[in-house]
Design a protein around this ligand. Sequence first.
Ligand code: FE2
Length: 272
Amino acid sequence: MRLIQISDTHIVARPRLASGRLDTAAALENTVTRIEDLRAKVGPISALLVTGDITDDGDPASYARFREIVAPLDLPILAIPGNHDAREPMRAAFSDTGLMREAGPLNWVRDLPGLRVIGLDSLVEGQGGGALDVATLYFLADALETAPDCPILIALHHPPFACGIEFMDSIGLSDAAALAAILHRARLGNAAGDVRLVCGHIHQTQFVTVGGCPALSAPAVCSTFDIDFRADAPLGFLDSPGGFLLHDWATKFRTLAVPPTTGSGPYPFNPN
Ligand SMILES: [Fe+2]
């Protein structure tokens, strides 16, 4: 009834730092600790959804390090690629999850209790922008059509919407209109009336509607992009981790943003 979504972990193999600066492994280790703490407070977690840029470089050793860091969670991993990933090393690294097809895009469906999760592969190797090929669009339409009477969560790396940050919108999703049309039909046809989309890529949380469906981008585990809509916004990242998302459909579907750190406390309320 609960799912953790982490995104954009950008793991690299020891002893490197991502972009020569970010200790992305430390950020993921901190996230694992936060998830363990959360699990003790909110109850069981069904799976760990990872919405791309799992590694910074697509290197098999980077995937191995990712698996090593999240292993203590002992959660099923639902992984889709981002533009920094590489399809074949990722297929091999997650071959034990039962989701990786032998060839082609890394699209999958996983039915959890009361929720269908659909993962889509928007990776176009060699470029930052994403695309959904015809096979992937058909895969999505079929997965929506055959869904049980429950909410549906669609996950892909590239947001099907402009985020306002020019250097990210220049590497956005090229097939957003086709995806929106499919979502529009799916929402009308879904018995539960609840089709949602989650993504990553833009290293910050934005909430919009696409095809009449809620669409939400997750923060990045490793870094943040400044909210700067100016045309001459500096290209680059902020070194502050962004946290992750908790999706909870025990009653009504709700999503909670979990910050990467907590303050001290809790302290008793003081009437004065
Ligand atoms: Fe990223």
